[in-house]
Write a protein that binds this ligand. Sequence first.
Ligand SMILES: Cc1cc2nc3c(=O)[nH]c(=O)nc-3n(C[C@H](O)[C@H](O)[C@H](O)COP(=O)(O)O)c2cc1C
Length: 209
Amino acid sequence: MAARKTDFEPPVTVALTGASGAQYGLRLIDRLVAANHEVWVMISKAAHLVIDTETETRLPAQPRRLTEALIERCGAHAGQVRCFAREDWMAPVASGSGAPSSMVICPCSTGTLSAVATGASNNLIERAADVALKERRQLILVPREAPLSAIHLEHMLALTRMGAVILPAAPGFYHKPQSIDDMIDFIVARILNQLGVKHALLPRWGESE
Ligand SMILES: Cc1cc2nc3c(=O)[nH]c(=O)nc-3n(C[C@H](O)[C@H](O)[C@H](O)COP(=O)(O)O)c2cc1C
């Protein structure tokens, strides 16, 4: 049983959707927990399939069991991670009065990207992103697709103009990655920089190691 603690940093919403790169989202949750943040998590049905396909991690779909599994996986304290179901419209993320000041969709499928750009709000991830946009809160989307169609590019431009940040899952190579984990951390470090969360994943440009 994880120790109970209450003095967490503010919650950050992290949604994993069904684009390739589930590792980015799982590592992001892990690093936010390590930085003592509360983390509110949503995982789409397709994201569960991608997690099963791309990683050795097996996560239950049911929110309470998923919460327990993530707490164990990340070594989080009880209450530090909360998971919400696809149509849990009573969850705090579904309203401007309850949603955290930051949300990250990582990885972000092109389907969810377009749903967010057009305000579909057909599931809790889309609704939470819609709330972030209407409340002018921080919204970061980490899409992964190649090549990109005009639909994808137009939606990315529209979201950027609405104030969201498009942070493509496109790791650089100038830090000479030695492993896949190094490439994952390259993207996660950039997300944490956007969130203003301190980390030691990579030195910032101009800083020596
Ligand atoms: C193994 C796997 C990899 C996928 N990779 C991508 C991808 O890189 N980018 C993408 O936009 N969709 C990808 N898809 C398709 C999405 O999962 C699919 O469009 C789904 O409807 C997205 O739903 P969601 O946005 O609710 O998660 C992938 C699907 C699977 C099963």
